[in-house]
Design a protein around this ligand. Structure first.
Ligand code: SF4
Length: 339
């Protein structure tokens, strides 16, 4: 990839990107690929999903150009997602390049951890603000049942490696009714001796089928935890999707994300770009802008910025309104959206 132009943004220099509700958009989640090395039962069918042809996936140069454009529009936090970002060949080199640019204040990654242990040395040299590790069971057999792969040991090695390196790590556990609700307390206990944030996420229906899901709700998750830890205390946090809690004497914290109940849309500050360059103002809503086409048809940065601003100005008030727009469509697999 050709050399990127370094630019250091001062805080007061950043423009402000808002929607028509006055919400400031500062957080970009960009998917590096639709491919994944796991087949989680709540994300895709056993046979997987039809992979997107390579030429339709954004090139590294295009991703870099979009990150710079979004940074110039006011984005300060960047998260790389997938599918599974580490399965994309050259991702770690690309990450090192973006890391050295200072375009954004914080770079984060969401990963299933299967390949992370292979890159701990590289990761430790970067200014990453945090890694979210998707892990839904602490038992190898159940891990295999949920992910349809026997990679539990690799994910455990990644978690231990990240903790040893002192890299800010969060565990994202999708709570699935009748599957792993009996592990909630063991996950909470992980934050006792580790500076981890263990986050429980309501299951969503982004599974590439028309199957709806019976959600084990955020309030049900909370009551399970409170039953065991009655002195659980809530910690407030700005702009977060997770409602955070702490237990006296625990090194880490607990978070609960009402992803299906969507109780946090009022302060939504995020925008997504899929691996094919489609802008999604809301996780639940439609793709509102084809950034790949704009770039490949020769649009200049100013034209792309104006299109992004217009698209985000029309962001829906919440995930329910956004979902209504595409209620007739089959829910895509989360691997195609980027989580
Ligand atoms: S559901 Fe949509 S509006 Fe609500 S927080 Fe998520 S992305 Fe934002």
């Amino acid at each position: 990839m050709k050399n990127l132009v370094t630019h250091h943004f001062q805080n007061n220099e950043r423009p402000i990107l808002t929607d028509s509700f006055g919400r400031r958009i500062t957080y970009l989640r960009i998917a590096m690929t639709d491919r994944c090395n796991l087949r989680c039962i709540y994300c895709m069918p056993a046979e997987g999903i039809l992979s997107i042809p390579r030429q339709e996936i954004l090139k590294f140069e295009e991703v870099a150009r979009l990150i710079k454009i979004f940074a110039e529009l006011g984005i300060t936090k960047l998260r790389f997602t997938g599918g599974e970002p580490f399965v994309r060949k050259g991702f770690v080199d690309f990450l090192q390049q973006i890391d050295s640019q200072n375009w954004v204040e914080a770079i984060h990654i969401t990963t299933n951890g299967v390949l992370v242990a292979n890159y701990l040395a590289e990761i430790s040299k970067m200014r990453l603000k945090g890694i979210n590790l998707s892990l839904d069971s602490l038992h190898a057999e159940r891990f295999a049942q949920i992910t349809r792969r026997n990679d539990f040991a690799k994910v455990q090695a990644a978690l231990n490696g990240l903790l040893t390196l002192g890299i800010s790590t969060k565990i994202n556990c999708v709570v699935q009714k009748g599957i792993n609700t009996d592990e909630i307390i063991n996950f909470v206990k992980l934050s006792q001796k580790n500076p981890l944030e263990v986050r429980f996420i309501e299951q969503m229906a982004f599974n590439g089928t028309n199957q709806s899901v019976e959600t084990f709700s955020a309030s049900e998750i909370l009551s399970v935890i409170k039953w065991q830890f009655p002195d659980l205390q809530q910690i407030t946090e700005e702009n977060g999707t997770a409602v955070k809690y702490k237990i006296d004497g625990f090194q880490g914290t607990i978070g609960i994300i009402a992803a299906n109940s969507r109780s946090f849309c009022g302060s939504c500050h995020r925008v997504r770009v899929t691996s094919t360059g489609q802008l999604k103002p809301c996780l639940y809503g439609k793709k509102s802008l084809d950034l790949r086409a704009l770039m490949r048809n020769g649009a200049n940065d100013t034209e792309i910025k104006e299109s992004i601003k217009l698209s985000l100005w029309h962001k829906k008030a919440n995930g329910f309104e956004a979902e209504r727009e595409i209620a007739h469509e089959q829910k895509e697999s989360m691997a195609l959206i980027g989580g």
